[in-house]
Design a binder for this molecule. Sequence first.
Ligand SMILES: *[C@@H]1O[C@H](CO)[C@@H](O)[C@H](O)[C@H]1NC(C)=O
Ligand SMILES: *[C@@H]1O[C@H](CO)[C@@H](O)[C@H](O)[C@H]1NC(C)=O
Ligand SMILES: *[C@@H]1O[C@H](CO)[C@@H](O)[C@H](O)[C@H]1NC(C)=O
Length: 595
Amino acid sequence: MKLQATLCVLLSLIFELSSCEHLRVVPGSTLELPCLSFHTDFSEVDITWKFNGKDVSLSDQSPGSSRVKQNGWYLSISPVTAANEGEYTCVMKENNVEMIRTFNIRVDASVRYTIKVIEGNTAPLPCYFPPSSHVKADALWFKETGSNMRTWLDPEDDNKRVELLYPLDHDQTSIIRNTVMEDAGLYICSSEGESLSSVYVIVEVAPTEVPHSCIGYTAAWEPCQDENSRTGEPILQESITEFSMKLYSFLRESQPSNNLLFSPISIGGILSHLLLGARGHTRKAIERAVCVPHDFHCVHLQMKKLREKLAGSLQMASQIYYNPQKNLSESFTNQSIQFYDAQPTRLLETSKENTDMINSWVANKTNNKIKHLVDSVSPSTQLMLLNAVSFSGQWKVKYDLKFKKGPFTKLDGDLVTVPLLYHQNYMAAMTHDVELKAQVARFALTGDSSLYILLPRSNKVTDLQQVEERMTDTAVLNMIEKVKRISPQPIEVTLPQIKLDIQPDMNILMRKLGLSSLFEDANLCGLYSEERLVLNEARHRAFLALTEQGVEAGAVTSVSFSRSFPSFSALRPFIMLLWSDHANVPLFIGRVTEP
Ligand SMILES: *[C@@H]1O[C@H](CO)[C@@H](O)[C@H](O)[C@H]1NC(C)=O
Ligand SMILES: *[C@@H]1O[C@H](CO)[C@@H](O)[C@H](O)[C@H]1NC(C)=O
Ligand SMILES: *[C@@H]1O[C@H](CO)[C@@H](O)[C@H](O)[C@H]1NC(C)=O
């Protein structure tokens, strides 16, 4: 009975099975090809899949390769790449019947967008490399200027109206500033002759301009209703950790193999200070950027408490400099002093005076670890926000002072000789974190902080990237909880002595955080209400040194061999998190690829 029914089904399918299906798919997507279009139970069938005439291997599990699922009923490809283009056939045999189903797959990257923009505004031109690809060069943008005629958009031309937002990033989105009617048309983003995306831009006539107005936006920041609430502190801790990992993922994407260092608490500090004067869409954008809930009125009070809590090991200071022609709102000035211990300061007459004033403020607030932040201050500067942090911690267990050098293996396999911190039996907690795919060691510092060093499996860039991709806020918090529960054991430790002094590109970071509007069309009515105020520049500079005394101002170390003691030797690229155990937030995050 069963056999009969089965055969009926098989016969009725023959027409469909011998036909060929043409499918277009986008790179990066997941494709599932069914051998039959319905579900049934053929226990005796023998199914084989072929790709361009060759049998699909059942054992190949590498990403992007085709995988046979459910005894052959499905073929799954994820993520789809250009290499998956071709003919797929499913051959199904039962007794004396054989059926073949064929799919023709075309991988088509040219996703099409239509962008409508009002004259004078900035038009984004989206373009992405497939997630699995390795970005070696930026994509090129062309404008179609006639049938089969294309003009290259040279970013150096045209008063720099066209700009690539994130060079050498998977995100190759460009923008056209101050659009004019002539910008309408079709744009194509391509790399090595292959089209990655096409964008049709429509430019619309600008309506009569609405004059800038702060009406309805000038009230002071709302008071925190429940100053002693127990939930305020964990909300801010979670926000900072989430924000920190978001910043790290942006930075690692644009700098896949360099040394990295930044202080999330410093960047978060300056953005929350600015939030105090932000209203309307700008307030929402900053809240989203720093990952705080929209109606969290206590954010500034919690930032103040956090600064006070950290004061033993980390000094954090904010400062706002503004154009002497402007009078900042009195409530903003008052709240700035109340929450950020910072009285906004007028800029002086000349660029030289301002540069000196700002650089000496920075030097003072970082205990002279960073003496120089700006080279000049443009006379048109309206607003500058600064935040400086200085951290100084001593190892709880000191390193041997015996001077020693050792080889550090870089990502490309080259060796460099570096001075070492070495200890034969250092008491530290160490584990292998399965979730992060890294060996982790925690080195206790004075001031209730710890340095966590995450050591990928090898010096290979793919192993480093694997750890970085897994470093979500949840995974990092889980790791920290886990390591805290492990008791320290004697470990042979070898760390490179390092000194990092890095200025990440804040302008790129601000855009990635969704804050481009701060530079163009900000609502800072809580800060200044007479006319539109925009931010001119954002900068961040972080410094960290690992010395035999301890960690100064920032983050550090680790790896493993096994001899008499378990050992941790960070003589290859690693990631470090300088963590405040007292406040449970990251203070500095960095990556060392070349000490
Ligand atoms: C700023 O305040 C000063 C003193 O209160 C006042 O004399 C000046 O006119 C104000 N400037 C503007 C642009 O409002
Ligand atoms: C700002 O603080 C000063 C001095 O404490 C006070 O006199 C003034 O009323 C405050 N202004 C506002 C708008 O809160
Ligand atoms: C910073 O300035 C304050 C006040 O002028 C001064 O007391 C302190 O010593 C300075 N710190 C450094 C590191 O220069």
